[in-house]
Design a protein around this ligand. Structure first.
Ligand code: ZN
Length: 190
């Protein structure tokens, strides 16, 4: 390897390191120090069952449904970065947040998917959220048309997807990368 190439590689490494350090460095407020919270007010901490794999028209259920009245606030379980936000046929209004740190069974980079929200989220991809920050409200949105409501009782559908991994066994329990959020909810229910 000649000297120029070595320097260029070194430069790239430095740039990568700088990027890795960026989220903490530019955050305006102190970072979460690794907390996790139940995604709805505590009074709904008994409002779900282990319904992973339950038969649904679209296939086995890949998440946990937590039932609560329409308009109930939904909180981010962990601090993290919004990686997606928008409408899809199955989930209605949704927000997906990548965890910023390991907490309980959650690993940094795992994605938590919050679906059937009452309204479209004001959060933008790239935005950082804290654990416990309100990210939406319980609703019953789903269907072909944006904003339509489905024929099921209002609930939060929580999905949990494995994030990027290197030198680690996959924890995924479905080809989509989904894992059962039930044990995680049991841990954060308090
Ligand atoms: Zn569901």
């Amino acid at each position: 390897m000649d000297g120029t190439r070595k320097t260029r590689l070194g430069g790239m490494l430095l740039a990568l390191l700088a990027l890795a350090a960026l989220p903490g460095a530019c955050a305006g407020e102190p970072e979460d120090t690794g907390t996790a919270v139940f995604p709805l007010p505590q009074r709904y901490a008994g409002s779900y069952t282990n319904d992973w794999g339950a038969p649904r028209p679209q296939g086995p259920h890949e998440g946990t449904d937590i039932f609560a009245p329409e308009g109930t606030p939904v909180y981010a379980i962990t601090g993290g970065t919004v990686v997606a936000e928008g409408w899809n046929t199955l989930g209605g209004h949704t927000v997906t947040i990548a965890a910023a740190y390991d907490v309980g069974p959650v690993r940094e980079g795992d994605r938590l998917y919050y679906a059937h929200l009452r309204t479209s989220s004001p959060l933008e991809p790239g935005e950082e959220v804290r654990a416990g920050q309100k990210i939406g409200e319980v609703g019953r949105t789903a269907g072909e048309e944006v904003g339509s409501v489905a024929d099921f009782p209002p609930h939060l559908h929580l999905g949990w997807y494995e994030g990027f991994r290197l030198f680690r066994e996959s924890r995924a329990q479905a080809p989509s990368g989904a894992m059962n959020p039930y044990p995680l909810l049991r841990q954060v229910a308090g």
